[in-house]
Ligand binder design. Structure first.
Ligand code: NAD
Length: 514
């Protein structure tokens, strides 16, 4: 569903005043092997071309992996605190350029300026926090079972990592992968979302300015099939860290399994907020509004289901719909805008398709929204009215499938156990939330909700970088990004035994006389 795919392919001779960008391989900014480019379009104004970017292929991936290979030994042997010093410099550069990067991100991705500021800030936070691991990367010591023998465990880098990222957090998600990979001593090849190549380029330029040596970080721009697939299938790539849709993740997981590669997957979600009858309704409405329509609903953690107690259902939905109707949709560069466009034509059509399914197949009540906005400036971009379905049954398609747009479904319930079943009974397991004033209900919900993240009295979005991030079931494959838990993705454990007894000692066989 890449916007770039819809843009016409440009050849190397095309005359254009649009800025041209390059791949980053072995410390150099280089053209793709084909010399061809694709356009990156502003989703709020499709006449605005953000830039042209190299249309890359397997040949470029091979070059990038070669560069990462040649830098690997030196980077692995660089002491981790020294690697971290470079990353602290990187964090300061990102802070310095935060405003510029945020504006450029809004132009290529569409979300409002405050949110792109938050995206860049997340990359900054991730970089400071994870660089701190350069002076920890803790292993452990433990007693050996024989005398005069020492046992300990250390982390070792995995090798060359392939990082594949989506469109919706154009700098935060690449940083969640890149920074831990680097502090752990790996070298990397990144393939960013083809709808948002500029933000990854901004991150990589900053890496270069910070002094990350040539070949340690490499970037190849292009499409999933042309760049992502060759990266996954390259024999020298030891690990794939992927964030994106569950469908793509499943293909990558199968390919990695066949090659015995390490793979970490962060995929889709169908997150829900429970609103209990004792909840502070105004607070729950504000949280639902932010959770459902922030980033135009294009967050893996978006609150796309609102599971509301029947006793407060009418009051809650009336207040919600009244607020949703007042949301200001527009170009994210306008500071008054609350909801920007969706990422591309294909995404817009998919979302409008779900709105149709909600009305025709599901027969849910369309309480507000439901249309593409086409008047005036809206006609230039991919704008959809913030949409609320009410009277949604839990098994309806709009209540089960990831829509990834400004659409939410309100589902009524009678008991907390029923609400928990509704929340858990989808194929995903990323984020959940409950609004209640009752400590017993909130702890019971925290215990029973089978998601990787759970909030009390706040929406399903708003993760912080020092806590593990990821989900259960169809959302992931058991790994967690962020926090210190991410180190388990980008390192492998090595157990070390040092026998200083001067003789042969046999574990599990020698008797020790007490
Ligand atoms: P997507 O799956 O379409 O693309 C993600 C990346 O995979 C892109 O870079 C794409 O080019 C690449 N790709 C596509 N086909 C490939 C292939 N065959 N081999 C290798 N790479 C390939 O996802 P998207 O539309 O960019 O992002 C939206 C999805 O991401 C949603 O489902 C959302 O829930 C999910 N997401 C999850 C998290 C999380 O942490 N769980 C975070 C953000 C987004």
């Amino acid at each position: 569903m890449a916007k770039a795919k819809e843009a016409k392919k440009l050849n190397k001779k095309s005359e254009t005043r649009v800025q041209t960008f390059y791949n980053y391989i072995g410390g150099e900014w280089v053209k793709s092997a084909s010399g061809e480019y694709f356009e990156n379009i502003n989703p709020a104004d499709t006449k605005d071309v953000v830039g042209r970017f190299p249309l890359s292929s397997e040949e470029d991936v091979n070059r990038a992996v070669e560069a990462a290979k040649s830098a690997a030994t030196r980077w692995r042997r660089t002491p981790a605190p020294k690697r971290a010093e470079i990353l602290f410099r990187l964090a300061r550069i990102l802070e310095r350029d935060k405003d510029k990067f945020s504006r450029e991100m809004t132009r290529e991705m569409g979300k409002v300026l405050k949110e792109t500021g938050g995206d860049v800030q997340e990359a900054i936070d991730c970089t400071y926090f994870t660089a701190g691991e350069g002076r920890r990367l803790h292993g452990f010591t433990t007693p050996a079972e024989m005398p005069n023998k020492f046992a300990m465990c250390v982390r070792q880098p995995v090798g060359i990592c392939g990082l594949i990222t989506p469109f919706n957090f154009p700098m935060a998600i690449p940083s969640w992968k890149l920074i831990p990979a680097l502090v752990c001593g790996n070298t990397v090849v990144i393939k960013s979302g083809e709808d948002v190549p500029l933000s990854t380029i901004n991150l990589i330029k900053s890496c270069s300015e910070a002094g990350i040596p040539a070949g340690v970080v490499n970037l190849v721009n292009g499409h999933g099939a042309d760049v992502g697939a060759p990266l996954v299938n390259h024999k020298d790539i030891r690990l794939i860290s992927f964030t994106g849709s569950t469908d793509t993740g499943r293909i990558i997981a199968e390919q990695c399994a066949n090659q015995n590669k390490i793979v970490s997957l962060e995929m889709g979600g169908k997150n829900a907020i429970i609103v209990m009858d004792d909840a502070d309704i105004d607070n729950a409405v504000e949280g639902s509004l932010w959770g459902a329509f922030g980033t135009s609903g294009q967050r893996c953690t978006a609150s796309s289901r609102l599971v509301v107690h029947k006793k407060v259902y009418k009051k809650f939905t009336e207040k919600l719909v009244e607020r949703v109707k007042r949301l200001k949709v527009g170009n994210g560069l306008d500071e008054k805008t609350e909801v920007g466009p969706v990422i591309n034509q294909a995404a817009m059509e998919k979302i409008l398709g779900y709105i149709e399914i909600g009305q025709k197949e599901d027969k849910a009540t369309l309480a507000c929204g439901g249309n593409r906005l086409t008047k005036g400036d809206y006609a230039k971009g991919y704008f959809i009215e913030p949409t609320v379905f009410t009277d949604v049954a839990p098994d309806m398609r709009v209540g089960q499938e990831e829509i990834f747009g400004p659409v939410t479904s309100v589902i009524p319930f009678s008991t907390l156990d029923e609400a928990i079943d509704i929340v858990n009974n989808v194929k995903y397991g990323l984020s959940s939330a409950i609004y209640t004033q009752d400590v017993n209900q909130s702890f019971y919900a925290m215990q029973e909700l089978y998601t990787g993240i759970c909030y009390v009295n706040s929406a399903t979005i708003g993760a912080e970088v020092h806590l593990p991030f990821g989900g259960t079931k169809g959302t992931g494959n058991g790994h967690r990004e962020a926090g210190t838990q991410v180190l388990d993705i980008f390192t492998e454990w090595k157990s070390l035994y040092i026998d200083y007894s001067g003789k042969l000692q046999k574990a599990q066989i020698d008797e020790f006389e007490i």
